[in-house]
Ligand binder design. Structure first.
Ligand code: PEP
Ligand code: MG
Length: 883
């Protein structure tokens, strides 16, 4: 096999399409070389070597060493240097690069090949001793940290101590002699920590770094990240070895990162930061405050430090030329890394940039407007789940802001929560149902789980491209980074700024839109959707086949659903209406009644309230379809629980506490979810279904008259397992329709259908379709009953199942395609065979999950129904499923 692919000098053995083999970074370095862009020559060791490594007891293919030597010689040829040569040494960087970018893995070792001898040669060649020794100390620090396991802090402490003693402030203030002293100290630290010297042999250094990259593929953090993002461990990582270019060669050198469009807003403008006389890790580490790239951005940020455009106009012009070219080529926003060595620009990376949902929308719509992509392609460019971010609240502009500190607006949205200082605290609080803001000096990949658990993130160090900022944007969580005036005392559990000290557990608010950190909880506003949102949704609506409805029962939910573009209500859970106001009293009276006559009396009180609810819903929906489900939950859910509540209800219903308790006892069930609920209630107490049917028909008559639009209710019977249950209930409904028509003189068109949420119903769907005029898959219950996993109690063990890969995802979030999905497919087929054209929908939680929506498209369902806030997500997901 070919294990190694070279690139550089306008040529490459690989290209962008080879991400699986070369990883994302390697494939794009090859592509940029092929495009003739200035890329330092290098080579990529393939992901297949990683696979081989793990399949063969962490050893390499026998012919790999020769291939690496040949590639090193090739790179040496292009750079006129020799790896390991004492007089004219080639220095390299070593970087990991999986198919998908993966924080948590070994990242980068720079300046590899330096030792006590080559450092002198580098100094001579550059005519710059400071630069050479600065590079050497960087190399020892990085290599020790990521390859030898001697932590960063050892070296940082030594450096801080030295600077303090010498009265120096910035790293760039240190001279060659200073670095020489520190290099000696650094080597002593390694000797002391490891009991052996820092490796001097460049070849040993290189293989050490390669081994560290492959080794990091399976470290705990990488495993966790893969688990969270569904990346299989079989993919492996590639290793990129590249000749060094130096951003730390003095004031005509620099290093930076840039986005071709603003990753927060999507605005079309080069956006990024750079540092003069620095190497790549300085930007990300946030040790010095970076400078803006464009003059416009500098003015906007109010920075006093000059922009790249001002200080290095030629390199800037070259960057502008290249970014235009790369955007055209990749037809997407790019995230670039570059280094300027003595005024010459070198490209170190390009990739499709991560972005907020807001930016994703704007970029997709503008790329289509610019003619770079089609409208349909634009629809595929926005991750449906990411729309969630846009639907997040922001701070009410009228609210009073008690500003504690201001940092960078690193990720949009706002959130309030208790202060916590560690990821562990964040997770614990989250489990206990509390909302927290994770406050850190800076975050690292170890904090991913804490960031997931937090509502928002606040750091005191780091820029817009710091770890916290990048990861928070990806997660869609509000983040303020680099709030430098805050002092964090994690051990003492407090946070201080502007003379105010807040303790762990106190509430703060982060505003990721302005960068402000506010004291206390602040009033939030629901988001307004931008013009691009409407445009992209319009394009999505053009291509999707499935309709999108909402699960809603309150007028507010129904209105929200319509604002978000719902095309009807797919599930109106009438029991939710029963809890409202006075209704609960009548409901309890009905439950407590001794006989049918008593129940009917209570139901008569409920009827006008139910009717009014339905009139309101029909009116809001203006003729759009509305599926109303008959009462589903077990009756005990409506009874009071605590002694206090019992006493109160007893008093208000004129019942004795003893009787109330006795009735609750009677209704108690060991498995209420598998008990006296759904259609079973209608079988035992048909008068309940009759009351509901009457309320629906009378409301339809009334709303029809009021709106001038005919209303066609879809009445849905839950938890059916046999046709006979449905027949019995349908008879009652039909009889009630006739009765209401007789009384009002208005005949309402309606349908009676059923939920398919039990395996038996799915299997007998053909027969059931003989009666049912539509099916709605209740995949919450269907998942529960097919897997035999309680939907209410699964949390305690489901995590282990997904962690161990026994289940690919939480089956209550993403449909279990192989099991539950098979039943859905079977029921759809059998239903259609019996009743061609039968209307099919889904109304379990899965109706708002993009992966499940993709499945629904393959089965050819007519619609999905989901909670109102997920309607836009479902519209976009349905469009992508159709493409
Ligand atoms: C379902 O079971 O999927 C469903 C929508 O009904 P509920 O969640 O109300 O049981
Ligand atoms: Mg159900």
């Amino acid at each position: 096999a070919k294990w190694v692919y070279t690139f550089g000098d306008g040529r490459a053995e690989g290209e962008a399409g080879m991400k699986n083999l070369l990883g994302g970074k390697g494939a794009n370095l090859a592509e940029m070389s092929n495009l003739g862009l200035p890329v330092p020559p290098g080579f990529t060791i393939t992901t297949e070597v990683c696979t081989y490594f793990y399949e063969n007891g962490q050893s390499y293919p026998p012919d790999l060493a020769a291939a690496v030597d040949a590639a090193l010689a090739h790179v040496g040829g292009l750079t006129a240097k020799t790896f390991g040569d004492e007089a004219n040494p080639l220095l390299v960087s070593v970087r990991s690069g999986a198919r998908a970018s993966m924080p948590g893995m070994m990242d980068t070792v720079l300046n590899l090949g330096l030792n006590d001898v080559t450092v002198e040669a580098v100094a001579r060649a550059a005519g710059d001793e400071r630069f050479a020794w600065d590079s050497y100390r960087r190399f020892i620090t990085m290599y020790s940290d990521v390859v030898l396991g001697v932590g960063h802090h050892h070296f940082e402490e030594a450096l801080e101590l030295y600077k303090e003693r010498k009265g120096l402030d910035l790293d760039t203030d240190l001279t060659a002699d200073d670095w020489k002293v520190l290099v000696k100290t650094y080597k002593e630290i390694v000797q002391k920590e490891l009991g052996k010297p820092f490796p001097q042999d460049p070849s040993e250094q290189l293989w050490g770094a390669i081994g560290a990259v492959f080794g990091s593929w399976m470290n705990a953090r990488a495993n966790k990240y893969r688990e969270l993002h569904g990346i299989p461990s079989s993919w492996g990582t590639a290793v990129n070895v590249q000749s060094m270019v130096f951003g730390n060669m003095g004031d005509t050198s620099a290093t930076g990162v840039a986005f071709t469009r603003n990753p927060s807003t999507g605005e079309r403008a080069l956006y990024g930061e750079f540092l003069i006389n620095a190497q790549g890790e300085d930007v990300v580490a946030g040790i010095r405050t970076p400078q803006d790239i464009t003059e416009a951005a500098r003015i906007a940020s109010g920075s006093t430090k000059p922009s790249l455009e001002k200080v290095m106009p030629e390199a800037y012009a070259e960057l502008v030329r290249i970014y235009g070219l790369l955007e055209k080529h990749y037809r997407d926003m790019q995230d670039l890394e570059f280094t300027i060595e003595n005024g010459k620009l070198w490209m170190l990376q390009t990739r499709n940039g991560k972005r907020t949902a807001k930016a994703a929308l704007r970029i997709a719509v503008e790329l289509a407007a610019e003619g770079l992509i089609s409208e349909e392609e634009a629809v595929t460019r926005v991750e449906p789940a990411a729309l969630d971010q846009l639907l997040h609240p922001t701070i009410d502009p009228k609210a009073e802001r008690k500003v504690l500190a201001t940092g960078l607006p690193a990720s949009p949205g706002a959130a309030s929560g208790e202060i916590v200082f560690t990821s562990e605290e964040a997770e614990e609080a989250r489990k206990a149902g509390r909302k927290v803001i994770l406050v850190r000096v800076e975050t690292s990949p170890e904090d991913i789980h804490g960031m997931h658990a937090a509502e928002g993130i606040l750091t005191t160090r780091g820029g817009m491209t710091s770890h916290a900022a990048v990861v928070a944007r990806g997660m869609g969580k509000p983040c303020v980074s680099g709030a430098g005036s805050l002092r964090v005392d994690a051990a003492g559990g407090s946070l201080t700024a502007a003379g105010v000290t807040l303790k762990r557990g106190e509430i703060i608010t982060v505003d990721g839109g302005t960068g402000q950190v506010l004291i206390g909880k602040v009033k939030m506003l629901e988001p307004e959707l931008s013009g691009e949102f409407g445009t992209l949704m319009g394009w999505a609506d053009k291509v999707r086949r499935m309709k999108v409805r909402a699960n809603a029962e309150t007028p507010l939910d129904a209105k929200t659903a319509r604002t978000f573009g719902a095309e009807g209500i797919g599930l109106c859970r009438t029991e939710h209406m029963f809890f409202n106001g006075e209704r609960i009293l009548a409901v309890r009276e009905m439950i407590l009644a001794d006989d049918e006559a008593g129940r009917r009396a209570a139901l008569a009180k409920l009827l006008p309230m139910q009717r009014a609810d339905f009139v309101e819903l029909f009116t809001i929906m203006q003729g759009l379809p509305l599926t109303i489900r008959l009462l589903d939950p077990p009756l005990h859910e409506f009874l009071p629980r605590t002694d206090e509540e019992v006493a109160e209800v007893a008093a208000s219903t004129g019942t004795s506490v003893a009787k109330l308790n006795a009735r609750a006892h009677e209704l108690h069930e060991f498995n209420p979810m598998l008990g006296f609920r759904g259609v079973r209630l209608a079988v035992a107490f048909p008068e309940i279904a009759e009351m509901q049917a009457r309320a629906i028909f009378e409301a339809a008559v009334e709303a029809g008259k009021a709106t001038g639009q005919p209303v066609t209710p879809e009445i849905m019977v839950p938890l059916v397992m046999t046709k006979a249950e449905l027949d019995l209930t349908k008879e009652r409904i039909d009889a009630m329709a006739k009765a209401v028509a007789g009384e009002t003189g208005v005949t309402i068109a309606y349908q009676v259908g059923t939920m398919i949420e039990l395996p038996r119903a799915a299997i007998k769907a053909g027969e059931i379709a003989g009666t049912a005029e539509f099916f709605s898959f209740g995949t919450n219950d269907l998942t529960q009953t097919t897997l035999g996993i309680s939907r209410d109690d699964a949390g305690s063990f489901l995590g282990s199942y997904t962690a161990k890969g026994i289940l690919p995802a939480d089956p209550f979030v993403t449909i279990d395609v192989e099991g539950v999905g098979e039943l859905v497919k079977l029921a759809a087929e059998r239903g259609r065979a019996e009743r061609p054209g039968i209307k099919l929908g889904i109304c379990g939680e899965h109706g708002g999950d993009p992966a499940s929506i993709a499945f629904c498209e393959t089965v050819g369902l007519d619609y999905v129904s989901c909670s109102p806030y997920r309607v836009p997500i479902a519209r976009l997901a349905a469009a992508q499923a159709a493409l």
